[in-house]
Design a protein. Structure first.
Length: 451
């Protein structure tokens, strides 16, 4: 049994070498630094040293030099493991007795083959002691005694035959061991090839998974960005709604104070005057009745502006016709209303959305468009309500208006779009300077109790 001493500070490499040389013919020793390797070599005198060039305490070159200087260990063959493959490093190694080199990272098969080559070189340079002694004895016997008889020669021949047969047995055993080693090498090559294919397949799967994760990450980033934009738009719209509420309250307060408040004050003065001057009672009562009638009309107008009762009592068609006639009287433009028969049980939420979109669109036309004609069309098709409000006014740039609305300067357009979106519909605005404006809303045709 031959002894191999491996010195390397890398525990994983020592483990790899131990598995590579797992053979009953070998005894394996390990050292983790140069000093431990030198002590073990002097104590155990192994048949082969495998040294790492760079180690703690003593380098592989220093260990080899000290062993070369010691007659007891000078003949031990040395294989050097190194990441240095320059010619000057090899010359330095050979100067201190290094027999062979292995450059890291090393293959287990290369390590085993290099060990076998070192021992084969030793076998070629150092003849077998048994064969040498047998040859010397035969030659010496023949030279010293020329009178040997035939029986003596037969004995020598028999002994020589035995030596030759023993050597042949050794050669046969070596051949069988070599065949087994070749089979093992082929098997390991097959395993390495399978591992290589498995690694390629794994890398391919990792690349696919990485690509999929990257795509998902991009989608998630896009969704997060879209959600942030939606949240910002919601905050802007909420602020605009609050501002609109305050403006509406301010308008109602002004109407109550300026119109109804003044009418009630005038009514109060008339009653006091009639109380003080009975002869003017009839004139004061007539004036007071007129004030009461105007006040009632103003209260009715405020109520209709807040929410027309006609929408709840008579339905969407009647409410739209009434509203457009009223706006035509107020503003002075011509109205053209076309409405398909609408189901009587139309969802209140959809009816309210249609009315508010028309109300907002016509209000914008009255304020900004300077139009002479307004067309309102409401049609039913494929379980959808198709609403269109169009005018022949001066129009506007839609993109610029939406940018202003996004910055919080207006809530008319985003308010209509938000109403349509909340009703699971969509709203499209088409306009250009001096070409009029068209608002188109598509809403689901929902009935009461289905929304």
């Amino acid at each position: 049994m031959k002894t191999i001493l491996l010195a390397d500070d890398d525990a994983s490499l020592r483990e790899l070498a131990r598995l590579t040389m797992n053979d009953p013919e070998y005894s394996f020793l390990e050292a983790s630094d140069g000093k431990e390797a030198l002590d073990l070599a002097r104590m155990q005198q192994p048949d082969l040293l495998i040294l790492d060039w760079m180690m703690p305490t003593l380098s592989g070159i220093e260990v080899a030099r000290k062993l070369r200087q010691d007659p007891v260990t000078a003949s031990i063959p040395v294989i050097m493991l190194t990441a240095k493959g320059q010619d000057k490093d090899r010359e330095l190694g050979h100067a201190v007795g290094v027999h062979s080199y292995l450059v890291k990272p090393l293959s287990p098969l290369d390590l085993r083959e290099r060990i076998q080559n070192v021992w084969k070189q030793q076998a070629c340079t150092e003849p077998s002691p048994l064969a040498k002694d047998a040859t010397v004895d035969i030659v010496s016997s023949l030279q010293s005694d020329t009178t040997i008889d035939q029986s003596q020669l037969l004995l020598y021949a028999r002994d020589l035959r035995r030596v030759i047969e023993a050597e042949r047995d050794k050669a046969r055993a070596l051949t069988e061991a070599n065949q087994a080693l070749q089979s093992e090498i082929e098997e390991r090559k097959r395993i390495e090839e399978a591992l290589r294919h498995a690694q390629i397949d794994l890398e391919h799967r990792v690349a696919e998974r990485t690509t999929a994760l990257s795509t998902m990450n991009m989608q998630l980033t896009s969704e997060i960005h879209a959600r942030k934009q939606a949240e910002e738009a919601l905050h802007t719209l909420s602020r605009q709604v609050l501002e609109a509420q305050e403006n509406e309250r301010r308008r109602l307060a002004r109407e109550l104070h300026d119109e109804i408040g003044q009418a009630l004050t005038a009514l109060k003065f008339n009653l006091h005057a009639a109380q003080r001057q009975p002869d003017t009672l009839h004139a004061r009562l007539d004036d007071s009745l007129g004030i009461v009638n105007r006040t009632l009309q103003q209260v009715r107008n405020l109520s209709l502006d807040l929410r027309p009762s006609m929408l709840d009592d008579f339905g969407l068609t009647a409410a739209l016709n009434w509203y457009m006639e009223r706006q035509a009287e107020r503003v002075g433009f011509a109205v053209h209303v076309t409405i398909d028969p609408i189901p009587a049980d139309l969802s209140p939420a959809i009816a309210t959305t249609c009315f508010r979109v028309v109300q907002e669109a016509v209000t914008n036309t009255a304020r900004h468009a300077q139009a002479t004609d307004v067309w309102v069309t409401l049609r039913c098709s494929n379980q959808k309500l198709l609403l269109s409000v169009r005018d022949n006014g001066r129009g506007f740039d839609v993109e610029s208006a939406q940018q202003r609305a996004g910055r919080g300067f207006s809530m008319g357009l985003p308010g209509m779009q938000e109403r349509a979106r909340l009703a699971d519909g969509e709203l499209v605005i088409s306009s250009a300077p001096e070409q009029g404006t068209q608002i188109t809303a598509t809403l689901p045709l929902e009935m009461k109790g289905t929304s």
